[in-house]
Ligand binder design. Sequence first.
Ligand code: HEC
Ligand code: HEC
Ligand code: HEC
Ligand code: HEC
Length: 176
Amino acid sequence: MKKKTLYLSMCGLAAVLLLVAASIGSDSTKADKEETVKHDYIGAKKCRICHKDVHASWKETSHAKAWSLLKPEEQKKTECVACHSTGTTAKGVLLEGVQCEACHGAGSDYRKKSIMEDRGLSIKNGLVIPDSTVCVGCHNDKSPTFKGFDYAKYRANEKGIHVMLEQTKEADRDQE
Ligand code: HEC
Ligand code: HEC
Ligand code: HEC
Ligand code: HEC
């Protein structure tokens, strides 16, 4: 019981410290800053360290294979690369195929365990819980092979999206 109280008060202290830190760092343009902050891509292999099952499942999706659909000469064309790749790491490495971060946002600032364990904090640091708006960034008529996009149908298509883990489904995080 005592331990718990101590723990709680430490949480409170941590929260206060965070608030103080946030207010020191803030000024009138804080909102602007938050919008323009740029996170770097780190690549699916880094996510795999903690998300082995999801990674294994994603590997089997057509998204993971999207780069190989392009012929060698097309892999040099920016107009094809955009939707068949994820982005470029801070070191300038092109991440081939539609990797985790194409849907979940660049991970350099939310990848740490202490942040990832806290959903709100992860989102503040760039994690995206994808909805249809993320998909239509690529599934649109700028694609030369566009055949239309029905979110519900595509979302349920196992060729496109990795398995969801039971634990996350059951946790029903949205109610927090
Ligand atoms: C150091 C370990 C670690 C790394 C690296 C990591 N994660 Fe996580 N991630 C976690 C933990 C822990 C959770 C909390 C939920 C859980 O226990 O599965 C989580 C949760 C998530 C969630 C679920 C959020 C929600 O509440 O619905 C997503 C999505 C996610 N991570 C994506 C990623 C992506 C993408 C990467 C790579 C850019 C990544 N993670 C890297 C540990 C990690
Ligand atoms: C706006 C994003 C976007 C751009 C730009 C884009 N693609 Fe795609 N491409 C997609 C999507 C999304 C699919 C999956 C279509 C589906 O299954 O609905 C796809 C599928 C494909 C396929 C698989 C064939 C098929 O009918 O599904 C090939 C081949 C392909 N693209 C080649 C290219 C080439 C070559 C270029 C450059 C000239 C290009 N793409 C540019 C988004 C794009
Ligand atoms: C094409 C888009 C897409 C890609 C690529 C993708 N995800 Fe997801 N991911 C989703 C969607 C959609 C959800 C469900 C979001 C929701 O509604 O809660 C999800 C949920 C998750 C969750 C939480 C749900 C659970 O039960 O596991 C984790 C963790 C996760 N993704 C990690 C990853 C990792 C790691 C990768 C790369 C290996 C990845 N995702 C690639 C779209 C994607
Ligand atoms: C970065 C661009 C990009 C994003 C973001 C993206 N996709 Fe895709 N998607 C593609 C490309 C490219 C293909 C074609 C891959 C292939 O055929 O190998 C594809 C293929 C698919 C397929 C497979 C179609 C089939 O029948 O084989 C499904 C399903 C799909 N996407 C659903 C989604 C959903 C749902 C989301 C959002 C949660 C999403 N995609 C986000 C680019 C993207």
